[in-house]
Every structure is written in C-alpha cells, then in structure tokens.
Design a protein around this ligand. Structure first.
Ligand SMILES: [Cu+2]
Length: 224
C-alpha cells in the first residue's frame, strides 16, 4: 500500500468512528429524553395520587386505608344535613331486530341480540313504569321512574334540608310526609327543610309515578 492509499484508509476509518460516536450520542440523547419524560409523568402521577388521597407527602392514609376506617356516626350529635335529590327515569331501549338503528337509544345500534317485549306485561299501573311497544322500525322501550338518592339516613334532632331537582320527567307531584306536597317541573329546584324530631321512617314519593318513585329518610334514634 502506498502512502496515499494509507492516508485515505486512515481518513475513512476516522470518518466511520466519528459516525459511530455521533450515532451513540444521538441514541443516548433519545434515551435520556425518554427517561426525563417518564420521570416527569411519574411525578405527575404521584402528585395526582397524593391529591386523590388528601396527602401531599405520601405519608397520610391511602384511599384504601381510609375506606377501611369509616367515620363513626354518633346519633347523640345533631347537625344540619343537606341532600340533593334528582328525579330520574331509567330507559331500557332496544329493538326487535339485531343491529338495527334504534332512534330511542343513545347507543343507536344495539350490539346484543334482538329482543321482543314480554307477551304478558306484569308492570303495575300507577304511572311509575311505561312500556313503549315496537314502532315501525321495531324499536321499543321500558322506562322506570325513581329518585336519586332514594334512601337517606339522618339522626334524630337533625335539621334536614332536601333540594329536589327536576331532571328527568316533564313534571312530578312530590309529597314529603309531615312536610307538604309540591309540583316540580324539569329545570326547577324545590327545597324543603324540617327538624327530624322522631326516630323512624319519613317517606317521600311522587303521586304521578307510583309505585316505584318513592324514597325514605331513616331517622336514627338519639342515644340516651
Ligand atoms: Cu314523578
């Protein structure tokens, strides 16, 4: 090999080495960036977890531990109790035909097999239930009215405030035993307030949607 060739070979080797070093540096940069991003994400997750468990340093009880240590209720202590009660109806909309668009359903095309309405309906009268028989495209619906929540627990002597919210259903005629009767339209909020003087059960219901649109306030007795 003459001198010129030697120099050329040395140059080529140098260039290859430089390229390899540059590639390695690029890979390391990518790995370092990925590690940084993952680290930031882990920190964010820790922060979110700390917030959800009410701890900023991770030393307080976790959600799981809190769930196993419930707050004890002492019926001898009376307080103000406030509840928000929504009017609700649940709809089971389906179709006689499988995978046919159902205009009654948010999930427009049912994914489950075709269903036919029961031949002899056993639903009670009273307005609380409604069955819409198949329309021209075979869609049908079963509806049930209720309150959410429909059971509330308070202590004897508590001042109880109930906000009834008209969400679903055009209107309702609601009675709270011992408190009164009122109409509630969609988009309205009607508030009642009373002292739960006696232990036992206070019923509330909608006379337009019986027998299922009913609720109960359970009043725990004061300890002596
Ligand atoms: Cu009602």
């Amino acid at each position: 090999m003459n001198d010129d060739k030697k120099i050329k070979t040395q140059r080529q080797t140098k260039t290859r080495t430089t390229k390899i070093i540059m590639s390695a540096a690029a890979i390391m940069t990518v790995v370092a960036s990925a590690a940084m991003i993952l680290g930031i994400q882990a920190q964010m997750l820790q922060h979110v977890f700390a917030q959800s468990t009410g701890s900023s340093n991770g030393t307080a009880t976790t959600g799981g531990a809190a769930a196993s240590n419930p707050v004890m209720v002492n019926p001898s202590q009376t307080t103000n109790k406030e509840f928000w009660i929504n009017t609700v109806h649940l709809d089971g909309a389906t179709s006689l035909h499988a995978a046919v668009a159902n205009p009654l359903s948010a999930q427009n095309t049912p994914l489950h097999p075709a269903e036919v309405p029961p031949a002899n309906s056993t639903i009670p009268t009273g307005g609380g239930f409604r069955i819409v028989l198949p329309n021209k495209v075979g869609s049908w619906d079963f509806r049930s009215f209720t309150f959410a929540p429909d059971q509330i627990v308070v202590n004897q002597g508590d001042k109880v405030t109930l906000h009834f919210i008209g969400v679903l259903g055009v209107h309702h005629i609601i009675t709270v035993t011992g408190v009164g009767t009122f109409a509630l339209h969609r988009g309205e909020i009607h508030t009642v307030s009373f002292i739960a003087n006696s232990p036992g059960s206070i019923r509330f219901w909608c006379s337009l949607h019986l027998p299922n649109m009913v609720g109960e306030i359970l009043v725990l007795p004061k300890s002596v």
